[in-house]
Design a protein. Structure first.
Length: 570
């Protein structure tokens, strides 16, 4: 069994077809007539643009305008006068062939993009190499691999897939994609998801292990790949595949339906996101809001902090896309397991108990916190943005952030800049301290969101990433359950909204308990929303009270888990 990165959900079963782009051998040749060579280059450039345009149009009709944007981006790169000018001047000055000049100039740009570190620039480097090869193939008369006419039931294997290769795939014939390179957010992974083809990426060494025609099974939900599996394993995955497709189809009927229990209790099913682009999935799966925007992702994979303007654009984009639905944006939560090298944080002895999240932000008001809060306030004029503070442990922290927000509001007023004056300021309840004084917090905070990932870690004193002690890490531990129940009760008594954005919010065994406790909002990964909605519509909260009482009466985690497992299976 091989394990790569899960890039597009679903099970793919079929025969391996290894797609190898032949390495083009680019020779330096001396030419005599540079004007004629430049004409040759211009011809190839035109043809490449035309080819890309046709691919983009085809993709726009087959998949969608948004997906075609990637190829339209290639056309923009091809028409960049700076790049084409440099190629032409190299041909003229050095008297070299077009293939060689393209190789030099495009590689120089690609390397430059790649060295910038952030993910967007990495993608631009891939795009640059893609267009380089396309132009060279036109010049050299090399046909591209004909991906569009692969036989039915193909699992496509490649070192990496360029966006133009992925775009040419016919989903009727390709049942899965496995690549050695790439990541969950590479363009080819995004396209695989848009085409709804199961995909596993970043699986190094897989090309060595597979021959053309081998039977392959891949699970795009957990990154598993099996090569020539035994009959038993094959049957198991065929079953999983059928179940996946059946469930997917069935869940579609919950799009547009209210998230309401049998006895009429309406809850909000929201989504967790990390980048503005994730909003597409939230809308696709009918999320009723964003319950957690982890803004630290805007700060990762780059060499410098995003400016106030960049942040403003990102927050505004989400607010507009959600069109008045609530968007809870969490202020920077770094430290612990999330490092950002350029922030200059020293290694703490105990990172999870250290200088992180709101503690760090309040210490770095001028260069970090003010710009973020100002960006959030400005973006609040464009939708229903709420601000959420992570890792709060005492009311002083809440008050300090509140005072800062009020100060910034005053500055915006002076400059006549719009914002929502009634913007809500809430907290993540994810520390034992915050849970114990939830009644105090509920008097001042506008809302709560329970972060069970950390609440479990801090309640149980278990590092959430340490395998050796993971047996202690369970939200079903009576201590954690009591904490959750208490937080919800305090919020309800004070009349404020209480949600949950930790992983437990989408756990089928936890949902009945949360409904019984009175949770208002459940926030989870977008693809989990419809399943949660289906469950919620099948319950009656009054019946669930007895179940919750019984679950709360147990003394061990195992008893609670067994009881809840039996309940949901019954
Ligand atoms: C949590 O702690 O439950 C949470 C949602 O935040 P994160 O996983 O980002 O720490
Ligand atoms: Mg947390």
């Amino acid at each position: 069994m091989y394990k790569g990165t899960d890039a597009s959900a679903g099970i793919g079963i079929g025969k391996a077809v290894i797609v190898e782009e032949k390495e083009l051998v680019i020779q330096r040749e001396t030419i005599i007539d540079s004007a004629a060579e430049i004409q040759r280059f211009k011809g190839a450039l035109e043809t490449s643009m035309e080819q890309t345009r046709i691919l983009a149009e085809d993709l726009a009709t087959r998949v969608g305008e948004k997906e075609a944007e990637i190829l339209n981006g290639h056309i923009m790169l091809l028409s960049d006068p700076m790049m084409t000018g440099e190629i032409e001047s190299m041909i003229q000055k050095d008297l070299v062939n077009s293939e060689f000049a393209i190789e030099n100039v495009c590689t120089m740009y690609a390397d430059m993009f790649a060295s910038m570190g952030d993910e967007l620039m990495q993608q631009r480097a891939t795009d640059m190499r893609d267009i380089k090869t396309r132009m060279q193939k036109v010049l050299m008369g090399v046909e591209s691999v004909d991906i569009a006419s692969l036989p039915e039931g193909t699992v496509l294997l490649a070192k990496d897939l360029t966006p133009s290769m992925t775009a040419g795939i016919n989903p009727a014939n390709v049942t899965g994609i496995v690549t050695e390179l790439g990541g969950r957010t590479s363009h080819s992974a995004i396209l695989a998801r848009a085409l709804e083809i199961p995909a596993v990426v970043a699986l190094s060494g897989i090309l060595e292990a597979v021959k053309n025609g081998d039977m392959l099974v891949l699970d795009g939900s957990d990154g598993t790949v099996l090569v020539n599996p035994e009959d038993e394993a094959l049957a198991e995955y065929q079953g999983k595949r059928a179940a996946f497709l059946k469930e997917k189809k069935e869940l579609e009927k919950y799009i547009g339906k209210p998230s309401v229990t049998k006895d009429g209790v309406t809850v909000e099913l929201a989504a967790n996101i990390g980048k503005p682009e994730d909003v597409d999935k939230v809308l696709q799966y009918d999320g009723e809001g964003v319950g957690l925007f982890r803004t630290e992702f805007l700060f990762m994979d780059r060499n410098a902090m995003p400016t106030e303007e960049e942040q403003f654009e990102a927050y505004r984009k989400v607010a507009i896309a959600m069109n008045g639905k609530p968007v809870i944006i969490r202020t920077l939560d770094i430290g612990g397991d999330k490092e950002i090298p350029y922030m200059g944080l020293e290694k703490d002895e105990n990172p999870f108990l250290g200088y992180r999240a709101v503690r760090f932000c309040l210490d770095r008001k001028d260069d970090v916190y003010r710009p973020q809060l100002r960006a959030l306030l400005r973006a609040s004029a464009f939708g229903n943005i709420k601000i959420m503070i992570p890792l709060v442990t005492c009311i002083d922290e809440y008050r300090a952030v509140k005072a800062l927000v009020e100060e910034i509001k005053g500055e915006l007023d002076e400059k006549g800049i719009n914002y929502n004056p009634d913007i809500q300021l809430g907290i993540m309840v994810e520390t034992a301290a915050a849970s114990l004084i939830a009644d105090i917090f509920a008097r001042e905070a506008d809302f709560f969101s329970i972060g069970t990932n950390d609440l479990t870690q801090y309640t149980m004193s278990v590092d959430r990433g340490n395998d050796k002690i993971s047996y202690l890490y369970s939200t079903f531990n009576p201590a954690v359950l009591r904490s959750i129940k208490r937080i919800i009760t305090c919020a309800r008594e004070a009349g404020i909204m209480v949600g949950m954005c930790g992983e437990a919010a989408s756990d089928p065994m936890m949902i009945p308990l949360l409904l019984a406790f009175g949770l208002n909002e459940f926030s989870m990964s977008p693809s989990a929303i419809l399943r949660a909605r289906k469950m919620i519509t099948e319950y009656n909260t009054e019946d669930l009270q007895a179940i919750a009482d019984q679950a709360m009466s147990f003394t061990t985690t195992a008893e609670v888990e067994n009881y809840m497992r039996e309940f949901i299976n019954s």
